[in-house]
Design a protein around this ligand. Structure first.
Ligand code: NAG
Ligand code: NAG
Ligand code: NAG
Ligand code: NAG
Ligand code: NAG
Ligand code: NAG
Ligand code: NAG
Ligand code: NAG
Ligand code: NAG
Length: 540
């Protein structure tokens, strides 16, 4: 798409940061040629670390009402529950024990290190607590290279879940990071054989396996020598992973920041996180892979099966803030605009043996959307980023015919986002997405919704007036007289960590249900003011 022309006014801010104060979005209002595929109703899904599943959802005799209520709120908006992937590093040391009475049991040594996890028949009753219709992706242990154990777990899952509930099996978590390294060929030899043999053993006829679950960032540019020998979805497919027609989807994991070691901890700051240029440049690395996977396995086949902002369990003051909520919103919308089908946000806790230099030890992760139980890192609480999933749920609504396009800063000729260096006048602070409902040909003429993000950081600790930007969407309105409706994602600042200060459409969700009066603005004007560290959903 041709970069959008824009009108802007400059106002000089402190520290020589130039910020826009108005932005007129340029038409035409018709569905852009680079619009995405149809948005998947389970776009905003979850990955739950296997060993922490009970901590999150409880069990049949002690369900975790907070977690379940938070998931029901999401389902109410789209009619389709968020999907749950049960996986993460502990899936590679999780075993099935048919005679175990506890739903889930973790073997933790006296030093606090988790050695392994066993699940028994009661585990499926815990899974059964999830909202009706929740699809499950189950990760089997590949790391031990024990086919019989993987088959046992697959069989227990297949029999334990409600018929039709299984979305897919994964075999192994992040196999590109195993200490004994796989090549695409050695991985594929095991993966394809197991997937085929498990399918035969369980009588599975259609492809029911999710390939990959790899995590190492693509080597860039993708034609660099060595890039194609990395283990990922594309190299595994090239090595024949789908020769037996078992691959349904392909998953890669994304974590742009990390606190696994001090060097990366220093870079994992709030201003780096809440920056469209940075996050779009990162996600753009996957574009060639997304394209190749969709071409081979279908439009809906590329998922980010595990992700969060800061690996090794997040960073206090960064990943548990309202800034994370804005990062999450832009990440989901941008990834969708480049045709990622679904994103599964990872929830769990720090693992003692993940890295010898990691920042976090014990409790639940600082990047979780909520803490379902009291733990070393604080009381039971919901974090600001939960409200982002409500925003996304209302973008989707009950429509199954929506397409998204990134209107600002827009795309380069090769499909990547326009960066700060290439002329994004807002330096990664202003982002606009349009949504077209393609159910009828006439609905291709005008968008039905807009998501407007102002990522400029405003902290609650900051004094002085809060900056704002006026977006002008007049070029996109079918009828200037019909009032537009606006719902906002708000907090007193990007550094806020409390969900009782975070609101979506005027309501906060600290107790798991909406508190406060629903706030929806109605206006005739096409000028929409969005404050620094705020996002708005506009219904045309
Ligand atoms: C996304 O998919 C749609 C439909 O398949 C296609 O037209 C569009 O070019 C794709 N976008 C990108 C960035 O590949
Ligand atoms: C399975 O669980 C039962 C009951 O807790 C226990 O006695 C048995 O040792 C376990 N089996 C294995 C292989 O760990
Ligand atoms: C269910 O959870 C409660 C509270 O954690 C625990 O005491 C009980 O043993 C669990 N039941 C099963 C079947 O795991
Ligand atoms: C779990 O780890 C402990 C300690 O290393 C070991 O004794 C036990 O056999 C393991 N359990 C399984 C099911 O592998
Ligand atoms: C998979 O099935 C093939 C054909 O039945 C068999 O030769 C092979 O040993 C099996 N491999 C594993 C790991 O079970
Ligand atoms: C698109 O081009 C830019 C340079 O203008 C480059 O930095 C980026 O990596 C390219 N993206 C893709 C997906 O090739
Ligand atoms: C966002 O990141 C880009 C790329 O690193 C940088 O050039 C730009 O200045 C950043 N924006 C702000 C407001 O810091
Ligand atoms: C806001 O606070 C964060 C830390 O919470 C800090 O990194 C950032 O520099 C602050 N930004 C501004 C504009 O004050
Ligand atoms: C929000 O929650 C915090 C921590 O529980 C509490 O200290 C504060 O008073 C609450 N604020 C509001 C506005 O309810």
């Amino acid at each position: 798409m041709i970069p959008l022309a824009l009108l802007y006014a400059l106002s000089v801010k402190l520290a020589l940061v130039l910020a826009l104060s108005s932005l007129k979005l340029q038409g035409p209002p018709t569905l852009p040629s680079d619009a995405s595929h149809l948005l998947n109703p389970a776009l905003a899904s979850f990955s739950i670390e296997t060993a922490f599943f009970e901590e999150f959802f409880g069990n049949a005799s002690a369900p975790n009402r907070l977690s379940l209520s938070l998931l029901e709120n999401l389902k109410a908006r789209t009619g389709v529950p968020a999907e749950i992937r049960i996986g993460g590093i502990t899936a590679d040391s999780t075993y099935w024990n048919a005679s175990q009475s506890a739903a889930l049991s973790n073997f933790i040594d006296s030093a606090g290190a988790l050695h392994n996890t066993t699940i028994g028949p009661q585990f499926w009753k815990s899974v059964g607590l999830l909202p009706h219709g929740t699809k499950i992706t189950m990760t089997l242990d590949l790391h031990d290279l024990n086919y019989e154990d993987a088959l046992l777990m697959a069989k227990a899952t297949f029999e334990g879940l409600v018929p039709g509930q299984l979305f897919a099996f994964e075999i192994g978590n992040e196999p590109d990071q195993y200490q004994v390294p796989f090549t695409p060929q050695s991985y594929t030899a095991v993966w394809a054989t197991w997937a085929k043999n498990i399918s035969t053993a369980l009588g599975i006829k259609s492809p029911e396996f999710q390939l990959g679950a790899t995590v190492i960032d693509p080597i860039w540019p993708y034609d660099t020598p060595g890039a194609s020998s990395a283990l990922d979805c594309v190299s595994a497919l090239a090595a024949g992973a789908d020769n037996g027609h078992v691959a349904k989807t392909c998953s890669e994991h994304t974590y742009q920041y990390s606190v696994c070691d001090p060097a990366r901890t220093a870079v994992a700051t709030l201003p780096n996180l809440v920056n469209h240029t940075r996050l779009a440049e990162y996600l753009d690395l996957w574009q060639p892979r997304i394209g190749a996977v969709r071409q081979q396995l279908g439009d809906d086949a590329f998922v980010i099966g595990e992700y969060n902002s800061v690996s090794c369990s997040g960073k206090d003051g960064v990943s548990n803030t309202f800034g994370q909520a804005l990062w999450l919103l832009d990440t989901i919308l941008y990834a969708t605009s480049i045709n990622v089908s679904r994103l599964y946000m990872h929830q769990g806790g720090p693992l003692a043996l993940q890295s010898s230099t990691q920042l976090n030890h014990g409790g639940l992760s600082f990047y979780d959307m909520w803490h379902p139980v009291q733990n070393q890192n604080g009381p039971i609480q919901v974090f600001p980023s939960y409200s982002t999933y409500l925003f996304v749920g209302e973008v989707l609504g009950h429509s199954t015919s929506l397409k998204i396009a990134n209107l600002y800063p827009g795309r380069q000729a090769n499909g990547s986002s326009i960066t700060t260096a290439l002329g994004d006048q807002s330096a990664g602070q202003l982002v606009a997405y349009g949504f077209w409902d393609t159910s009828q040909p006439s609905s291709h003429s005008f968008p039905t919704k807009f998501a407007l993000l102002n990522l400029q950081i405003f902290n609650q600790t900051q004094s002085g007036p809060r900056p704002k930007v006026e977006f002008d969407i007049s070029a996109f309105r079918r009828d200037q007289h019909r009032p537009i409706k606006i719902r906002r994602l708000q907090a007193p600042g990007a550094d806020v960590k409390l969900s009782n200060l975070t609101t979506w459409a005027g309501q906060s969700y600290f107790s798991g249900v909406a508190t406060g009066d629903l706030k929806e603005e109605k206006q005739q004007s096409s000028i929409i003011a969005v404050q620094a560290s705020e996002a708005a959903l506009v219904f045309l």
